[in-house]
Write a protein that binds this ligand. Sequence first.
Ligand SMILES: Nc1ncnc2c1ncn2[C@@H]1O[C@H](COP(=O)(O)OP(=O)(O)OP(=O)(O)O)[C@@H](O)[C@H]1O
Length: 307
Amino acid sequence: MRVEGLGKTFAGGFEALKDINLEIRRGEIFALLGPNGAGKTTLISVICGLVNPSRGRVLVDGYDNVRQFREARARIGLVPQELTNDAFIKVWDTVSFSRGLFGKPRDPAHIEKVLRSLSLWEKRNNRMITLSGGMKRRVLIAKALAHEPEILFLDEPTAGVDVALRRDMWEVVRALRDSGVTIILTTHYIEEAEEMADRIGVIRSGELVLVEGKQALMQQLGRKELTLHLRDPLASVPERLARHRLTLAEEGHALVYAYDATADEDDGTGIAGLLADLEAADIAVKDLYTRQSSLEEIFVNLVKEAT
Ligand SMILES: Nc1ncnc2c1ncn2[C@@H]1O[C@H](COP(=O)(O)OP(=O)(O)OP(=O)(O)O)[C@@H](O)[C@H]1O
């Protein structure tokens, strides 16, 4: 799917999307992150054909989503942010009806497969009102999958969902990806993006400020830090250790070493070199631990930088 030069100015002049360019690869999980009001839902709505773009275009599998909207929409499933279900309709009927909306012929075998994959089969004859919140959310996913889309949008799929159910949802989404569906999700939970996504896009005030592979992002921006707790406190960093980027912490009781886990250590400034130099300097280490920046820290820094 390609988004080219997409812009949206709402009536009243508010510019919610500014020149968005994005390519989503077949079969990936792409997470769109951004603070409240950044434009995530607007972007999804434009791609899905619910909001008209002011500028630019969207190609879904090569089909323009305005000029060839039937072809484009048939390839897309959308799980909206809000629970939108008719309380008295049965699960089976609501999911089957969705398929009909896309002009697809009845296919009970497909509906059964979808309901089973979401653990809703036992509930197929239940009215929506009798389901728990988590089950209702899964019905929304089933509805979005009823017409066999190739691309599934999940707008904050786990908002307000408890931890156990969130993990279940992640399993469901991964299984969908493994079955060949391309997934685009928006989330406020960095943990969710860190856990699920192959690539991450960060949107802020209508601009896509970054698109990057998750691993690459964490490697580029994720610094590692090694903290060494010393047996005897130091007054300053000894001369022999000057070539390592060390800072003294905890009133001389700890040395903190910031490093890039992926960097070349051939010049002896890596961890192995540091430990050898510590021994040579006769500095006894009581304990040590490492920590790596999480995606959350990276994200917070990014949003700050862009301010
Ligand atoms: N129909 C509309 N008319 C005018 N402004 C709108 C309309 N819909 C959305 N906006 C504005 O566009 C901006 C982006 O909204 P959007 O819902 O896309 O944000 P979001 O990133 O999805 O936020 P959240 O994380 O809170 O769901 C907001 O400032 C919002 O007020």
